[in-house]
Design a protein. Structure first.
Length: 306
């Protein structure tokens, strides 16, 4: 074989090695200019509304009502006013407590439930899996009245007050978050090799030890995905929170809804405060995503273990 042929073969192998620029260009689904245009359009669709909300939050209510995109004068007074006018501090504290506890408990319970459903064979296993999938098709609006009647009856027959409490809202969110979280973990655990668990059992580990020491560390991406879904369920909910809370236990979403409804009719609404409160309420979710984004990618793709 000549030196020229060898050089050509070496260059070809380098161009198409995993992660190389040439291989990336070959496996790309669309041309570079088209990809840039599409990404630009998608970013504009997301960033322009966010930019308008921020500019409106530092603008006057009259300026927003006039349709000004860029405010004539910048003022951050709305960000200091919302803590008293909207009652945002109490709502944020309740949202963090309820949604955070729902996320943690749902993630831990879902991985234990999914481990049993994936690794053990028993009667009714497939029925449970199909039921978890079928529960996702039930709209939450159909469950408001039954849940409210059930919880209100507990005060009458059991002497336990559930309506208007934070833990009652926690139980409600946990009920709706568990099916999806468990199904996410079932999908993820199916990609984990059984050999690691068998090796741990040979070393004397119990079933609980295998779950805690082997399965849980390898399943962090899936746990994060299920936990963040449960957190968003509690953070964004208005329907159940508006029915099952009192002023002292209402969440941030309910506080925003009540504040917006109280300004309807007559005078100009407090556009600036509403926009500022919306950004403040969205900030914890954005921060949560930035912290756990590397786990989210692995959990959503169900990559398993390499």
């Amino acid at each position: 074989m000549s030196a020229a042929t060898t050089a050509v073969g070496r260059q070809s192998s380098e161009n198409f090695r995993p992660g190389s620029k040439r291989q990336h260009e070959v496996t790309r689904l669309m041309p570079g200019p088209m990809l840039a245009i599409i990404l630009t359009v998608l970013c504009a669709l997301v960033l322009i509304p966010v930019a308008y909300i921020f500019l409106a939050s530092v603008n006057s209510d009259i300026g927003v009502a006039r349709g000004e995109f860029f405010p004539s004068s910048f003022s951050f007074e709305n960000y200091s006013t919302i803590w008293t006018s909207v009652g945002l501090a109490t709502g944020l504290a309740n949202s963090v407590l309820v949604a955070g506890s729902t996320a943690v408990v749902s993630a831990l319970m879902s991985i234990a439930t999914a481990y049993v459903l994936v690794r053990y064979q028993f009667r009714g296993r497939l029925t449970i899996l199909r039921g978890l999938l079928g529960l996702q098709s039930v709209p939450g609006t159909l469950m408001v009245l039954p849940v409210f009647v059930l919880f209100s009856s507990s005060a009458t027959y059991l002497g336990i007050q559930v309506i208007g409490t934070q833990w009652g809202l926690f139980i409600t969110y946990l009920t709706f978050a568990m099916p999806f979280s468990t199904w996410v973990m079932v999908t993820y655990l199916r990609g984990l090799p059984r050999e690691l668990e068998e090796a741990a059992r040979i070393d004397g580990a119990s079933n609980l030890g295998v779950l805690v020491r082997i399965i849980l560390p390898l399943s962090w991406p899936g746990v994060v995905v299920s936990g963040i879904f449960a957190f968003l369920l509690g953070w964004n909910d208005v329907l159940f929170a508006s029915v099952m809370t009192r002023p002292e236990s209402q969440t941030a979403a309910v506080a925003l809804q009540l504040f917006g409804a109280s300004q309807e009719g007559g005078a100009i609404p407090f556009y600036g405060q509403m926009m500022a409160a919306s950004l403040v309420c969205a900030a914890p979710v954005v921060i949560l995503y930035l912290i756990f984004q590397r786990y989210l990618v692995g959990g959503l793709t169900a990559g398993g273990v390499k």
